[in-house]
Design a protein around this ligand. Structure first.
Ligand SMILES: CC(C)(COP(=O)(O)OP(=O)(O)OC[C@H]1O[C@@H](n2cnc3c(N)ncnc32)[C@H](O)[C@@H]1OP(=O)(O)O)[C@@H](O)C(=O)NCCC(=O)NCCS
Length: 177
């Protein structure tokens, strides 16, 4: 297992069509533009530039990676690690700008990051938690091998201020497709 994936150590991961690269301050405008698109706000909530800045400076548990396709910022994928030995796992989140969606890039980015987390970071289990109504995301995560665990009732507050249910999904190392 490689050391130093938290803090601000560089990470560069290659898929067939995309590169995942640890985000820096220079990426903030392009990432904010992805996060501000209404299609992303619907599922991620309104973005907070200060929080994102703190994340990319290594000031939080989230490790933020830019999804690059043809040298353009297509989206972001992030993970956080639970390192308590008896519960060790990593949780993932992803979003793509609308023009990059529905081309299989979400699944490819998740596979690329999952391989890194299993092979380099030594995890045996990953989690992801879409809204129960986010059918596209759930289909994408199933295609990668994530399985539904159960519904977390009134799990997160949406941009409309109401609490909605989340679907906890998990992926074991041998289930990655
Ligand atoms: C969710 C997201 C990451 C998926 O990435 P993507 O590249 O668009 O998805 P993919 O092309 O890899 O796969 C989408 C799958 O959903 C299916 N799909 C597309 N629209 C669908 C819909 N409305 N209902 C059900 N399934 C749908 C596709 O057929 C495909 O399934 P398949 O591989 O079995 O054919 C991306 O669409 C996104 O960022 N959306 C906005 C933000 C968001 O929802 N983020 C996730 C929050 S948990």
């Amino acid at each position: 297992m490689s050391a130093g994936a938290t803090g601000s150590a560089p990470i560069v991961l290659h898929g067939a069509r995309l590169t995942l690269r640890r985000a820096g301050e220079v990426d903030l405008p392009a990432l904010m533009s992805v996060l501000e698109s209404p299609d992303v706000v619907q599922w991620w909530g309104r973005p907070d530039v200060e929080q994102l800045g703190n994340d990319v400076r290594g000031g939080s548990v989230d490790v933020v990676l830019v999804i690059e396709v043809d040298s353009q910022t297509a989206g972001l994928i992030q993970y956080h690690e639970e390192n308590e030995p008896n519960y060790r796992h990593a949780g993932l989140d992803i979003c793509l700008a609308p023009q990059w969606q529905a081309r299989g890039l979400g699944a490819e980015a998740l596979r690329t990051l999952a391989r890194y987390l299993f092979e380099e970071r030594g995890h045996h289990r990953l989690t992801i938690d879409p809204a129960v109504t986010n059918h596209r995301a759930i289909a994408c995560y199933r295609a990668v091998g994530f399985k539904p665990v159960g519904v977390m009732r009134r799990y997160e507050r949406g941009p409309d201020g109401s609490w909605h249910d989340g679907l906890l999904m998990d992926l074991l190392r041998e289930e990655l497709r």
